[in-house]
Design a protein around this ligand. Sequence first.
Ligand code: HEC
Ligand code: HEC
Length: 464
Amino acid sequence: MKVKRILWSVGSIICLLVLWAGGVIDLNALYDYEGERIPSYIVHHNIPQHNPITNRGATLGRVLFYDKRLSLNKRIACASCHKQEFSFGDTFRISGGAFGPPLRHTMRIAYAGFKAEPHAFWDERAKSLEDQATVPIKDHLEMGFSGQYGRPGMDSLLRRMRQIEYYPVLFEFAFGDTAITEERIQLALAQFVRSIYAFDSKYDSGRAMVQSDTVDFPNFTEMENHGKRLFMTLPKDGGAGCFRCHVPPEFGIDPQSKNNGIVGVIHGGHSIDTSVTNAPSLRNLFDRDGIELGPFMHDFSLKTLYDVMLHYEEVASKPPVPNLDERLQGSENEIRLSEYDRVSIISFLNTLVSPTIFTAEKWSNPFDENDTLEIVPLVTAVAGPNEDDHSPFVLRPNPCVDVLELGMDRSWKVMVFDRRGRRLKEWKGHGRVRVEVQDLPRGLYFVRIIVEGEEAIVRRMIKL
Ligand code: HEC
Ligand code: HEC
């Protein structure tokens, strides 16, 4: 009986912590975006000098990326189509926009910063990830602030954002003042998008042990090494030649690439689209359970990676479509693979998966289930347990055991955060009250006190 009761209370504490876990960004404890390790063999990227990844900018970018208020009907965020569980892509043929579907399949955007190709979109119509960032917001179908056919445009969104409590704080935190502009939205979103990378795949462990991609990796199986060899070898030498366009060690698209012979149009009947010359990184083509994140290509036409292999085996012997890359034409580019070869290439592609991408909190939704977000403001000085005697706000005893006396003659609100910035408790009142804190585990907490009409102050509290 007793054991059961203890288990129950442990269970409910865990549930409460989980419930309280969402919806808070603590400006004093940011995730690390700017210091994330980049191995020395990683050389290609498109991070411009004027917009390096910073912890502050990427934190704002994360909020923007998950905020449904950035769409006209407040129902669609970037993350509605770019889902973390699918390496920031989608497994639907066409993701649903606020007012209708986009025209192509959603691209996986993890590792978008690690391509030599600076242009974005399947057809590279955006000059950079910065330029790309507000295109979906202004798209008539996707997020709706198009300024067309009687719809409001970007100005209207900027006005909306100025009214949302957390944006002036976050823009000031990232850019030094509270101005909210389209350009700043682009900079912050591009920083967040580029921050989505982790070089911790099986491939990366192997690559770190050797001098080049062309030697066998000691940590690979025979099949994975065979697949890698085929990927890295020209068709005329018996390989599949994939490395020429999906360039290792980042596996981003070669900027010179033309189309790969996939020219379908979703819902387009017999019309063709020869403009697609860009592809998402080939890292993370599988989810964390090893299931393929297909169907693949801009028109969603190839169901599995096996079908992808068959496409590349056939393309050079078929009549070329307009704008087909020369590297996929002619007999010297014909690829001949055995069943074992195909499966080996697919098992090599499986070594490019980083499990971190699907789970790391720093890229996850910062809002809680009601789409609210609380910001713990930057604290430059924190009063210690015994330094608050002369403050008119009572918070004692400190350290405390089970009951806390708090308050003053005015209206106030008190929030208790743990050291990870998770909000655990909140009390509102007027005058002095006594509250129970028995249920808080022993440890150090931050107590944020907002007295009517004044700035917030933060005190440390120790629970014994
Ligand atoms: C309705 C679904 C949808 C929404 C919402 C959406 N996207 Fe996309 N995203 C797509 C599709 C579809 C593509 C490919 C479109 C194309 O090339 O024509 C794409 C492409 C991209 C790319 C290009 C990647 C590359 O490697 O070239 C980036 C970056 C991106 N989106 C970021 C964002 C951001 C940031 C937002 C929010 C401001 C957003 N997306 C909102 C569906 C969506
Ligand atoms: C000439 C350049 C080129 C070569 C060589 C090439 N690809 Fe591609 N690949 C592309 C382009 C461009 C796309 C985007 C095509 C589209 O969606 O229409 C693409 C798309 C893909 C995709 C789908 C990505 C996604 O997110 O849907 C996979 C998988 C892929 N290629 C694997 C390979 C493999 C494996 C090889 C070697 C057998 C290979 N590619 C050789 C240019 C190339």
